[in-house]
Design a protein. Sequence first.
Lengths: 256, 206, 226
Amino acid sequence: MRTMPNYANPADFLRLVRAAAPVTATITAILFGIGLYLALLDSPPDYQQGETVRIMYLHVPSAWMAMFVYVVMSSAALGTLVWRHPLADATQKAAAPLGAAFTFLCLVTGSLWGKPEWGTWWVWDARLTSVFVLFLIYLGIIALWQVIEDPGKAARLVAVFTLVGAVNIPIIKFSVDWWNTLHQSASVFRMGGPTIAMSMLWPLIFMTFAFTFLFLTLHMLAIRNEILRRRIRRLSMLAASASEAGIPAIFAEPAQ
Amino acid sequence: MQIEASALSVERGGRVVFADLGFRLKAGEALRVTGPNGAGKSTLLKAVAGLLPLAAGKIEIAPSCDVRRAELCHYVGHADALKPSLTACENLAFLAALLATGAARPGAAAIEAALQRLGLAAVADLPAAYLSAGQKRRAALARLAAVFRPIWLLDEPLTALDPPSQAVILEIMAAHLAAGGIIIVATHTALPIGTADLALGRASGP
Amino acid sequence: MKQSGVPLPSALGALLLRDLRIGRRVGGAASMGVLFFLCLVAITPFAIGPDLALLARIGPAILWIAALLATLLGLDRLFQADAEDGSLDLFLMSDTPLELIVLVKCLAHWLLTGLPLVIASPFFGLLLGLDARALEGVAASLFVGTPALTLIGAIGAALTVSLRRGGLLLAILILPLSIPILIFGVAAASGAMAFLMPFLVLCGLTLAALALTPFAAALALRNGLE
């Protein structure tokens, strides 16, 4: 009998991605289909905000993903530091641009919503500001990934920074709230209004699941790309040393 | 062509590295500069290349021409002048475009031929960061073959190279001399090509 | 010399291509400048409060100071990397004048770091509540002014090329020299007076920097040899 495949092994993981990616992609498409139908066509406009309220169906799931991805990244960072596992490295690295993208989407949709509601593209509201700082942290993490040549070393250093960030983010959130209330006279804005109606809750739930599955799909594919990128890098270096030893590079490929 | 140096003296950081040095090389001749570490071998090569000012003395090239001395020389120092993120081929193509003089710009074929000659054809499209020390050294030396300049100034050209690669470099050097070139090489090892020797001693303080 | 195959570009074209390629592959360099710019813009409201009316009034100044710092702090490696790996020696042995090489390196650096700042500035201006008129003013003045910052900074980069920690010294040397650019840049951006007069002076300053820098930087590089 064949033993259970070990998905922590990069080669087995690639096989898993090949099987699972079409499935999750299909689920994502179906969820988006239902979610967007409910959000854009089926649900009623808000009695105060009108049609603008529909931006919320993108905005809230993005905000949720912005935080969820950071949690994924922090767990992977623990994996990198504790078990030194290459798959954890790839998980971490692949999550960062996705997290940044969701955070950016959250900021942009917030800004698009703010223009008609507040009359300006941006206010230094406590909640927006915290998300903005999170965005900067994501970008810093991506920059750190880019500048370190050796992938193993990069993963460990980024992991340290990611965890420092994880500890720091609540503190930042708290200080920003305090900073904003200190200045409340300048700008007081509140999101929401009356408690949410069921007709608005359902599309929100579907969109949230759609976003989560979108992330799962993209994340799996990005991890696969990262594993392949590392393999190319390793093979290139082998090709260099093989040509030095006089072996044709084609035979130097390791059994994987 | 002939290069003649007389009464050369170079100072670095207020210290006289060497003084009153002279040599004369005609077309097809090579000079091997020897001496202990710190005797000024590299300094001499850089001075001839025009990269360091002379405190005294002069270097003359005959027949005289209106081109700067630096533009007649190839200088291969300890640093490889390779960018790790560029491929061996891109690195060499840039250096060739930079160092080619006048209308004689080498084509892509010349770059390819030079890499082939130095045994780097298989790694031509790999980033220089992935190359071994010996491969980097050869990639740096490949500009000798890619762009023609009559005077070669080579600082320890054979370090980090295995015997077959050393043989290739020596072959290229011999061909350059046979074609009427001039080589000044700083090295500890004896070379099988015919050279005159110039031994530098440790300079006594000023 | 065999002349077959694709002809290579001239030395200057090859240098521009090389620096742009390195900038693109190493990543970092270009995006890092913009990121630093963004961080500086983002940090200011925490110091002076989230009052958009106040931020809008001083926004052009914030953007200009941020652009100035982002440009200067990215410049310390302009010549240093080439000096360390021996490329600078070969620049000096080329028949291409060092002054032109300096100019092309500045151009590549500006395309990689200055231009992204200019493009990003209107979006960052939104964070500070600038109106459309001020956004245009900031982008236009940065477009004309950042080349001057890069060029003057290049003189500092050439002076500190052999110093191990030249970054701070470069800023100390160059910040006083960039005061005129800051004055007319902010004046043009904020529209305190008419836009055109300070804008034209800014153009003049950039042209002057374009004329002066290559000689000063090349002189510094030649004298800094060791």
